[in-house]
Design a protein around this ligand. Structure first.
Ligand code: HH2
Length: 269
């Protein structure tokens, strides 16, 4: 799909997990050649950035050794970077460095700790909030005031990135990372406050489990991963209307349409 008015709309980051175990697309793009084909498909669907990851962050995911993560992501980044902006979704310094050498220009960092790498290489950085690690993050997460705590944390991290010399720093409240359904909804309702920090906001709700809970069947069974498109689009749209400058999604074509609609000029009466 071709999109008009790209300057007006929020950016769409397409998720490309080169993993066997990601929560929604695990195994689908684990083969490098299939991942590259999917990356080109996302470009055709209008993705502004393709986010290549080689380690799942889902609750309980097994850590991946550096060599294996490099083997997964580097060839895919090399193949896609001449055609689209590529980010690397990693928490490892060595992987971020190799990804940048392969052509990635944005470090998507769910640990919010890799600002020295982004600064040293002159690339952008996404600082995401998470509570705990994949092993324990959904173990009864607690905040006294989730919006205040996450906003303060992100402002602090982003400030460190700027002080280190990074000129493109994004903040992301980390929907689903050590948060209950209520925490996620509170943070989505506070996107405008996050945007008021002055840093561009990235939001990733795509297919996440809280959407399954909110769309549960009458017997309480959560909606399956492939039954969460409506929730993914609704929450991405909500976030974009409240000022998110980028959304991270699996369903690129549908989200580009939604972003174009949200960004379209509204005739005044
Ligand atoms: N969510 C996931 C992974 N990386 N990065 C940012 N900045 N924001 C997010 O919300 C975010 C992220 C989890 O989703 P996914 O990549 O589909 O799953 P997995 O971690 O299992 O590979």
């Amino acid at each position: 799909m071709s999109s008009q008015a790209t300057e007006e709309r929020s950016l769409v980051m397409g998720v490309l997990n080169v993993t066997p175990d990601s929560f929604s697309d695990g195994g689908e793009w684990f083969d490098g050649q299939r991942a590259i084909i999917r990356g080109h498909e996302m470009i055709g669907e209008g993705a502004d950035i393709v986010d290549v990851g080689g380690e799942s962050t889902r609750p309980g995911a097994e850590p991946v050794p550096v060599d294996e993560e490099l083997r997964r992501v580097v060839p895919v980044i090399e193949a896609l970077a001449p055609h689209v902006r590529v980010s690397v979704d990693t928490t490892k310094e060595a992987v971020a460095e190799a990804a940048v050498a392969a052509g990635a220009t944005l470090v998507n960092d769910v640990s919010a700790s890799l600002w020295p790498v982004a600064a040293a290489h002159g690339v952008g950085w996404v600082a995401m909030h998470r509570k705990g690690t994949p092993a324990d993050m959904q173990d009864r997460p607690h905040f006294d005031d989730v919006v205040a705590e996450v906003t303060a944390y992100l402002a602090d991290r982003a400030g460190r990135g700027v002080a280190a010399g990074i000129t493109e720093v994004w903040i992301d409240p980390g929907i689903g990372f050590g948060k209950t359904v209520e925490h996620n909804l509170a943070l989505l309702g506070a996107v405008d406050g996050l945007a008021a920090t002055g840093f561009p906001v990235l939001i990733g709700t795509s297919r996440k489990s809280f959407l399954g809970v909110l769309a549960a069947a009458s017997d309480g069974t959560p909606a399956p991963v492939d039954g969460r498109l409506a929730g993914s689009l609704a929450t991405a749209t909500w976030a974009m209307q409240r000022g998110a400058r980028m959304v991270r999604v699996h369903d690129v074509a549908a989200t580009v349409q939604a972003a174009t609609l949200v960004g379209a000029p509204r005739p005044r009466r």
